[in-house]
Write a protein that binds this ligand. Structure first.
Ligand SMILES: CC(C)(COP(=O)(O)OP(=O)(O)OC[C@H]1O[C@@H](n2cnc3c(N)ncnc32)[C@H](O)[C@@H]1OP(=O)(O)O)[C@@H](O)C(=O)NCCC(=O)NCCS
Length: 193
């Protein structure tokens, strides 16, 4: 019972994350019914629980694919995603099996946390807390993206990005952010919409 309560609290946090990060969001009901990014994260949370039971891996994958069919967002149930993840717009987001994502991360539509090789083992990126990944950005391979880093729209990242840095371009060029990581969302979030 306590585990269920904790799980529901995590789902509520996901809803709140969407409300606070999207200036266009008006009510919790609107977000709960109309935000595919929230639906995809909720489906992932259930699928990830199932994935941890070896006997439930096939249904976990099927649930994940059903969520992809509904939302256009593909999150492998084996990925490890932190709390309050917000996927904005969502369509075309792909998160690979060995990706790890910290808390308070934002992924825009078309972003990919993907692999560069077919080898088994850790082959997808690790994102720290508070990372923002712009629309269409591809982060490829087992690279590390530090806390509060921002990845520009359409960047292709194949190397580590330090905490608080901004990476733009193809291949992504890293530059030091003008603001400390904690200040990113203190700015007007509408600039990202
Ligand atoms: C990368 C980003 C976070 C940088 O924001 P910022 O810190 O305000 O930086 P600036 O806009 O001042 O840009 C800094 C430099 O990077 C360049 N730049 C910014 N974003 C870029 C991008 N996506 N691709 C290539 N270059 C980019 C700017 O032209 C500028 O270059 P300059 O120093 O030669 O003049 C932001 O531009 C971005 O891409 N955010 C993602 C937003 C998004 O995906 N929105 C989707 C809404 S639906």
């Amino acid at each position: 019972m306590r585990r269920l309560q904790r799980f529901l609290a995590v789902l509520r946090e996901d809803l709140e994350a969407a409300r606070t990060r999207d200036p266009a969001a008006r009510t919790a009901v609107e977000v709960a019914l109309g935000y595919p990014g929230v639906h995809a994260v909720w489906a992932y949370r259930v699928a990830h629980r199932m994935w941890r039971e070896p006997g439930l891996r096939l249904p976990a994958r099927l649930l994940s694919q059903f969520a992809r069919f509904l939302t256009g967002i593909e999150i492998h149930p084996g990925a490890q995603l932190g709390r309050r993840l917000f996927i904005d717009h969502g369509m075309g987001v792909v998160v690979g099996e060995t990706a790890m994502v910290g808390d308070d991360v934002v992924l825009f539509h078309g972003s990919t946390l993907g692999g560069k090789s077919m080898k088994k083992g850790k082959r997808h990126p690790t994102l720290g807390d508070g990372v923002v990944v712009g629309a269409g950005a591809k982060i490829l391979g087992p690279v590390w993206i530090g806390d509060g880093a921002r990845i520009g729209a359409n960047a292709v990242v194949v190397k580590d990005v330090p905490a608080g840095a901004v990476a733009v371009g193809v291949p992504a060029e890293v530059r030091v952010a003008p603001h400390p990581p904690e200040a990113v969302w203190a700015e007007d979030p509408a600039m990202y919409i």
